[in-house]
Design a protein around this ligand. Structure first.
Ligand SMILES: Nc1ncnc2c1ncn2[C@@H]1O[C@H](COP(=O)(O)OP(=O)(O)OP(=O)(O)O)[C@@H](O)[C@H]1O
Ligand SMILES: [Mg+2]
Length: 226
């Protein structure tokens, strides 16, 4: 069974005073456990929209969507919340860390959900271990504003992986970083992908980063080409 399966998926948006915008046109896609893929395509083609659908943050207009064999579009909001919290990790272009919380507390945030499988001690151990893996064991108590952009993204990556998700979704995670930090974060993504074994979907505008993934897909005119 694939980790993700999309069948004949359609998504568009109404636009005031213009023809509706069609982003995904009968899109078919599947992703196996542990696979890594890059999604590339011109600005505005719908890459973030596709990622949001994969992360169950947005609903398609039509079609079928399965995650670990479960019919996502038949699930209610609380069940989707648990699915997102436990099975999917997100990293965006901006880190979205809570400014008043330390690096360690930010990584622990997802474990505060009632549905978290981690008890407080186990959660803390895993958070510390992840922060060590992203090279920040010396910054556990640092607040986000005292960290560099690259360091903040590394905290966000540790937070995304706290529940050992089956899927990591990364939407231009290096988009706000300089070249050196961008390359470092990409290497870290690949290293954690290798060690933790989660599947990974990376949206990027950098051909070199895309080429490091197992498969590169281009979103073009609503269709995903391998
Ligand atoms: N909620 C929404 N309502 C209306 N239009 C939307 C909505 N979300 C996205 N769009 C439009 O859909 C198109 C695709 O947006 P999306 O963010 O998915 O593109 P993208 O491929 O990620 O672009 P970029 O590379 O610039 O990040 C854009 O034209 C955007 O304005
Ligand atoms: Mg985008």
């Amino acid at each position: 069974m694939p980790l993700i399966e999309l069948k004949d998926l359609c998504k568009g948006f109404a636009q005031p005073g213009a023809e509706p915008l069609t982003l995904l046109r009968n899109l078919n896609f599947s992703l196996e456990d542990g696979e890594s893929i890059a999604v590339v395509g011109p600005s505005g083609c719908g890459k973030s929209t596709l990622l949001n659908i994969l992360g169950t943050l947005e609903r398609p207009d039509q079609g079928q969507q399965f995650f670990e064999g479960r019919d996502v579009l038949a699930m209610d909001a609380p069940s989707l919340g648990v699915l997102r919290n436990q099975r999917i990790g997100f990293v965006f272009q901006l880190h979205h860390l809570l400014p008043q919380c330390t690096a360690l507390e930010n990584v622990l945030l997802p474990t505060l959900a009632k549905s978290s499988p981690l008890g407080p001690e186990e959660a803390r151990e895993r958070a510390e271990s992840l922060l060590e893996q992203v090279g920040l064991s010396h910054r556990l108590q640092s607040l986000p504003h005292t960290l560099s952009g690259g360091e903040r993204q590394r905290v966000a990556l540790a937070r995304a992986l706290i529940h050992r998700p089956a899927l990591l979704l990364a939407d231009e995670p290096t988009g706000a970083l300089d070249e050196r930090n961008a390359a470092q974060l990409t290497e870290l993504l690949l290293e954690l992908h290798r060690v933790q074994g989660m599947a990974m979907v990376l949206v990027t505008h950098h051909p070199l980063q895309a080429a490091r993934m197992g498969r590169v897909c281009t979103l073009e005119a609503g269709v995903l080409h391998s």
